[in-house]
Design a protein around this ligand. Structure first.
Ligand code: MN
Length: 193
């Protein structure tokens, strides 16, 4: 992945009423754009300039370059995992098999993701990822964290920075997290395996 704005596969109002076009205007149009711009400025003239975002996130030491690269990667995965409400189907193929093996069913996976997202203290992300041993794993990461730093493949994420939900849900983080299931594009998630 390069350091650039992802092209959204839906219009700005395409995720309503789960995520409003106003939230998209700020979250995608301003927050993500700022991370992309900041990272471009930070890596200019350095060894990082020619490296993939995934590589920077996996290896950069804690600090500004990691924080901005992490947020570019996290938000790109986040915005590209959604589709119009009700259009996301259900997990298929290999992903469905792994969910059944490691969580028994999709409801359990959802509950554990919701728990991770709602109990994370402060800003950060809840993640579903694939470990190097091939097991599905749910984890919490503060700030710009991404499970790629532990050698895992990121599959699905929930952004619990307040900027992700405060316009639409105010302080109701748990309600926002539950509604996100209506827009998860399980095909896009499965393609990340
Ligand atoms: Mn965010």
């Amino acid at each position: 992945m390069k350091n650039e704005m992802p092209q959204l596969p839906y219009p700005a109002n395409g995720l309503e009423p789960v995520i409003s076009s106003e939230t998209m205007e700020y979250h995608y149009g301003k927050h993500l754009q700022a991370y992309v711009t900041n990272l471009a400025n930070l890596v200019q003239g350095t060894d990082y300039a020619s490296r993939d975002i995934e590589d920077i996130v996996a290896t950069a030491p804690d600090g500004g370059t990691f924080n901005n690269a992490g947020q570019v990667l996290n938000h790109t995965l986040y915005f590209l995992q959604f589709t119009a409400p009700g259009q996301g189907k259900s997990p298929q193929g290999k992903l469905a098999e792994l969910i059944e093996r490691d969580f028994d069913n999709l409801d359990n996976l959802r509950k554990q993701m919701e728990e991770a997202a709602t109990t994370l203290f402060g800003s950060g992300w809840a993640w579903l990822s694939l470990t190097p041993e091939g097991k599905l794993r749910i984890s919490q990461e503060s700030n710009a964290g991404n499970p790629i730093r532990q050698g895992c493949k990121p599959l699905l994420c929930i952004d619990v920075w307040e900027h992700a939900y405060y316009i639409d849900y105010r302080n109701r983080r748990a309600e926002h997290v539950k509604k996100l299931w209506d827009i998860v594009d399980w095909q896009a998630v499965g393609n990340r395996l």
